[in-house]
Design a protein around this ligand. Sequence first.
Ligand code: FRU
Length: 461
Amino acid sequence: QDSVYREKGRPQVHFSAQRGWLNDPNGLLYEDGEYHLYFQHNPYGWPWGNMHWGHAVSTDLLHWKQLKEAIYPVIKEGVTDDAAFSGTAVVDPENTAGFRKNGVDPIIAVYTSTGRGECLQLSYDKGRTFTDYEGNPVLKHQGEGRDPKVFWYDLDKHWVMVVWDAGMPKKLSNGDQAMVREHSIYTSPDLKRWTYQSGVAGFFECPDLFELPVEGKSGVKKWVMYDASGKYVVGDFDGKKFNIEQHLTRYEHGGGYFYAAQTFNNAPNGRRVQIGWGRDITHPGMPFNQAMLFPTALTLRMTTDGYRLCPTPVNEINSLHKNSKVLENRVVTAGENVSLPVNPDTPLHVIAEFERGDAPIVFRMLGYEMRFDNEWIFSTTPLQGSDQRDTQPVMYAPKSDLFKIEVIADKNILEFFINDGELYYVVPFNGKKTGKIEAVASRDVSRKFIVKRLEVHELNP
Ligand code: FRU
């Protein structure tokens, strides 16, 4: 990677723009050997505004090369104000839209042009540059809606668009008319003509909808629909309507630092790869503002609490490991600790496996503390600009006797994956860092737990 990416305050294994503000990932698509990461970008400044689609490509989800802006606001007759808001990218190998030219199927971006509605833009040069489709807009969301997610539904040979409609007029059961906020489902034979089919209420911004195999139940698959905040429902989808089996749950438990995630269309080997935005995790003094979170692979697991959508870091991360250290089978009794020294300025990948004894476990990652008792996981954040610390219960503790904590640490970002993604927690950490990963048994009880394994890997960006 070039030197512009090596500034002192820049995350090294999380994508950030060379300069300017970034928010949602957009148009995530694998095509022709490349992962495309488009993103909400202000190319001119540090705060949100002037939304364009920035663009980066990668062959391994780890090393990104930022290219020129891909989609610009469209100012033309009748449109005086525009911004390129979030959306999807697809390819159309069956040429349903008739966009094939000289044997080339374009990459088609479907996004919200704030001045017009849901619009298409076409790229015939591998997603580098786009031109506006002359028939735009192809849809006009209801109310202040936005963020179309589009994919091909092969069983019925039609396109599906899920878009957030903030004011869908609906008749309620008592006969009244109401404006409903929902993720609306539209279908189209050709990406140009869209028909409203149904909607799922209770969501806010940035829809996604996809099918996943249920782990350990061979042949069983379920559909998941989610929104920007990480709320999701699980059920069945027949190409037009989502039938909810499990109502709204949440798969990330932090304070809103994980936001507006999207999954790749057409990722190889059926993998469902997701990238989220590390919202409001700031990187002071840098020419850019905000960064993406680490790419994860999603699985759907049946647990005692019902279905859980489980993100874990994509296994490509293992190819970055260097200077690995491991310790195994250590009993930790009250007041004691087990630790491994680390370089706090290097991005790290840490995997810890515990056998719960009868002592609450304190796990310190560079000084950032998580405490596990039988019911809750508490997280301790240094309060900005003071020595005080804020300890809060953040999520239910795993109920299993054996449990696993996986962490990715990079400039100002900590991502925790507990029990292979059953719990996911993202938090900013720009406090003072210690050069240690520690597991401590709290002093107040004469009890113990076991560190089955503690692995610490530096990540070589
Ligand atoms: C979510 C969001 C989207 C919108 C985009 C604008 O973070 O508000 O709904 O398309 O950001 O930048």
